[in-house]
Design a protein around this ligand. Structure first.
Ligand code: FES
Length: 197
């Protein structure tokens, strides 16, 4: 699990990969993350390649902090939103292209004001909906007062619910992957609840 601190400086190899290749498109299967050739894959490697669900320990995420995991070769952002982050949503609606999430970018259980199952946790794919760069987490206001996710490739902006701003290249909100909670501290990404029952 990679934690995104408030200054979102990379602190390990995988996060360096994710943020260091900001303008590289992610390819299905995450081929770029795999070793060149493995003669005999272990079952877990095969399962990973097939896109098996991943489990995330939520106890390791502090309020206001984001972690980056990988599922099906895609970066998955899990943000534990603060009250301030949640309270910012309503005032932003006028600036957003699709504030009510009318597009097809989330499962039905995440089509709500917070785009999430639990208000405090945002779970989205960390791929810009313009050309697939990895947006940067911006928890602190910049000189223009912006917070949220910023894609440096062509300047797209998203709020803390992954909702895209008007007037940027990205056409839609960030995608919410299938996910559910096993208990208060365990998130599963890659499967709906009924699929693993
Ligand atoms: Fe993000 Fe173009 S890829 S703005």
């Amino acid at each position: 699990m990679s934690n995104e601190s408030f200054d979102d400086a990379p602190s390990d190899g995988r996060r360096s990969f994710l943020t260091g290749t900001t303008c590289a498109l992610f390819t299905a299967g995450g081929a770029g993350l795999m070793t060149p050739y493995v003669k005999s894959w272990s079952p877990s490697a095969r399962a990973m390649a097939a896109g098996a669900p991943i489990s995330i320990d939520l106890t390791k995420i502090s309020e206001g902090e984001m972690v980056v995991e990988e599922w099906r070769g895609r970066p998955i952002y899990v943000l534990k939103r603060s009250r301030e982050m949640l309270e910012s949503f309503e005032s932003l609606d006028e600036q957003l292209r699709n504030p009510s999430s009318e597009d097809d970018q989330q499962p039905v259980y995440a089509k709500n004001d917070n785009r999430s199952i639990k208000p405090e946790f945002l779970v989205v794919e960390g791929l810009c909906t313009h050309l697939g760069c990895t947006p940067k987490f911006r928890p602190n206001k910049n000189e223009e007062g912006f917070t949220g996710f910023f894609c440096p490739c062509h300047g797209s902006k998203f709020d803390f619910a992954g909702r895209v701003y008007k007037g940027v290249p990205a056409p839609t909100n960030l995608k919410v992957p299938p996910h559910h909670y096993v208990d208060d501290n365990t998130l599963i990404v890659g499967a709906e609840k009924e699929e693993t029952a």
